[in-house]
Ligand binder design. Structure first.
Ligand code: GTS
Length: 233
């Protein structure tokens, strides 16, 4: 442990706003990262109601051009969107990154596997949800392409088989340590649960890994962790 880490006092960190939706799989990635880093006391959650399309309103688009959650806002007004970018920021705060890699090799592998988990699983399920199911409802889903959505569902199922293969030989997605890549796969499986896309029965390693991941307090408490701040909602 470096001197920086020993000196790190979480209570001296300025409060951060996190624009969030409590059941959302992408925002869940940031809640899990916060809890893994023990930073949840520095976060104020600001609820943006996806079902009412609040994330597509000009006020929110001014915060995040992409119109998606989550967004991190620092006390000087700086805005960071994109789960990977937010996680990298949070992980670097204490000078002791545990989620995004400590060495160049770890960093490269974690970034690769997390991106793969987005492309092959989480983002694919998101497209399936928005295009081949009622999604967030007709007020929000202004364009849908069911065929594209169904292809993405099949892609996600292939992604589950891929991660099952990875987890047959190692305890975590990039090897021996829990990392951002695990969090991204967890996000994908949270979304899979919401759209009722079960992990195929033959993907036993992925199923067993997910059972273990759900026992982590960061994952177990991901929805209730914002309740003390509910007054802001
Ligand atoms: N690449 C973005 C990231 O990594 O942050 C994707 C973020 C994203 O798609 N967030 C979802 C969203 O805003 C939130 S949730 O579905 O997990 O709740 N979706 C709304 C929409 O209309 O796309």
């Amino acid at each position: 442990m470096s001197a920086d880490t020993l000196d790190f006092d979480v209570s001296k960190l300025a409060m951060m706003n996190i624009y969030d939706w409590h059941t959302g799989p992408y925002p869940a990635r940031i809640r899990i990262a916060l809890a893994e880093k023990n930073l949840q006391s520095r976060a104020r959650f600001v609820s943006v109601n996806l079902w009412k399309g609040e994330h597509k309103k000009p006020e929110f688009l001014a915060l995040n051009y992409s119109g998606t959650l989550p967004v991190l806002e620092l006390d000087d007004g700086t805005l960071i969107a994109e789960c990977t970018a937010i996680t990298e920021y949070l992980d670097a705060l204490d000078g002791a990154p545990t989620l995004t890699g400590r060495t160049p090799l770890e960093k490269g592998l974690i970034h690769m596997m997390s991106k793969r988990a987005e492309l092959e699983l989480l983002d694919a399920i998101s497209v399936y949800f928005h295009h081949a199911t009622p999604g967030l409802g007709p007020e929000v889903e202004l364009y849908q392409n069911a065929e594209w959505g169904l292809r993405q569902r099949d892609k996600a199922l292939r992604g589950m088989h891929y991660f099952d293969g990875v987890l047959k030989t190692q305890p975590f997605v990039t090897g021996e340590y829990f990392s951002m890549a695990d969090i991204t796969v967890i996000g994908g499986l949270i979304f899979a649960g919401l759209v009722e896309l079960p992990i195929p029965a033959e993907c036993e390693a992925l199923q067993a890994w997910y059972v273990r991941m759900q026992e982590r307090p960061s994952v177990k408490n991901r929805i209730t962790m914002s309740e003390p701040n509910k007054a802001l909602v």
